[in-house]
Design a protein around this ligand. Structure first.
Ligand code: KG4
Ligand code: ZN
Length: 351
């Protein structure tokens, strides 16, 4: 059996209620309940619905994790909880539960950064990230490029989206094309039947004449608008909308931008590895393009298993375990929750 401190992790920043338990470097429980189905009729995550779903799902998820880990809560050494970034009400559900458990059990509490947890969780499966590594975080809520020094547990933001997150763009474009929510998997599937070169959609913020500032930032709203205009034109012309071609061409444009910028960041900062996280990391075209373009450039691509890419409690427990092992002071009980939080702020503290 694995040795070392036992850390409970709680994640409620968006629509997944995640509870994980790590003992030493080993995952001993990993439970996720998703409220995705409840958001589907609205075509996107509804904050109030997400908060209520966390309240309903968290007690059972905790109990299930305790059962999987085969321990009593008195046996844990620390609790870690996502305190930001994320939906305010959703964050409050997880942090309130974590505070209550920390008080009842008399255990130290770490209020941690969701983005940092996404980036560092790759260590669970693949060991420490070489320094420096570039991280590409792509989901319904984030599109971020981050420079990672894993050993020092230091994360530096390089750029992020100025408007829609890339997963959000997949969801909105799927809606325009009449494909079901969540849009990522439906576009991925529809695109397999289409021609990715059939429609020239724009590659946002890749213009080489741009100033150095912002070259690692992203913009996906122009791409979404271009798809909307294209659909409109097809409808006006009275012909059938070529959904598969549009899905494939949209996906190609989005993936091209993500991969080009991630590889440019690797080159600029001398990183020999790229770690990818977030729900969009499941995208088959993104994976293929990374294999085609990163590996020949001598850049190793590391992608955690799908359950660790999407929101989960294990990544929070893992980050908590890292902080405990590094002797980092816990957060206390008065820490804030933050809907916006830079990736460099790994632990939130009481004032
Ligand atoms: O990480 P995640 O589960 O939740 C957060 O948004 O934090 O990511 C969900 C996002 C959704 O926007 C979904 O459409 C997208 O990930 N997604 C995909 C794929 N699978 C999920 N996007 C593109 N291709 C996929 N295969
Ligand atoms: Zn996330």
């Amino acid at each position: 059996m694995a040795e070392g401190p036992v850390v409970l992790g709680i994640e409620t920043s968006c629509d997944e209620t995640g509870v994980g338990v790590v003992r030493g470097g080993t995952v001993i429980a990993d439970v996720v309940a998703s409220s995705m189905d409840q958001h589907a009729p609205f075509g996107g995550v509804v904050p109030e619905v997400a908060s209520r779903a966390h309240v309903e799902a968290l007690p059972a998820a905790l109990e299930r994790a305790r059962f999987e880990a085969d321990l009593d809560w008195s046996e844990i050494d620390a609790i870690a909880v996502t305190a930001g970034p994320g939906l305010k009400g959703a964050l409050l559900v997880g942090t309130a539960a974590a505070r209550g458990m920390a008080i009842a059990l008399g255990k130290p509490l770490y209020a941690v950064n969701h983005l940092a947890a996404h980036v560092l969780v790759d260590g669970v499966e693949h060991g420490e990230l070489p320094s420096p590594t570039v991280a590409l975080l792509v989901s319904g809520g984030h599109t971020e490029l981050i420079l990672v020094d894993d050993r020092a547990c230091q994360l530096t933001p390089l750029g992020s989206t100025l408007d829609d997150a890339v997963g959000e763009a997949f969801d909105k474009v799927a809606r325009l094309l009449g494909l079901p929510f969540p849009g990522g998997p439906s576009i991925d599937a529809a695109a397999r039947e289409g021609d990715p070169d059939s429609i020239a959609f724009p590659r946002g913020m890749t213009n080489s004449r741009r100033s150095a500032d912002g070259r690692f930032d992203f913009s996906f709203s122009g791409l979404k608008t271009a798809v909307a205009r294209w659909v409109q034109r097809q409808e006006q012309q009275g012909g059938p909308v070529r959904v598969a071609d549009a899905a494939a061409s949209f996906q190609e444009a989005a993936v091209d931008v993500l991969v080009s910028k991630a590889l440019a960041a690797c080159r600029e900062f001398g990183a020999g590895s790229l770690v990818v996280g977030g729900g969009v990391a499941a995208n088959s075209r993104l994976r293929q393009t990374l294999a085609d373009r990163a590996e020949p450039a001598g850049i190793e691509v590391r992608i955690p298993r799908p359950g660790l890419c999407t929101d989960n409690g294990t990544m929070v427990a893992w980050l908590g375990h890292r902080l405990v092992a590094a002797g980092v002071e816990p957060s206390g009980l008065e820490f804030p929750t933050r809907s916006q939080l830079p990736v460099s702020e790994i632990v939130l503290r009481s004032p």
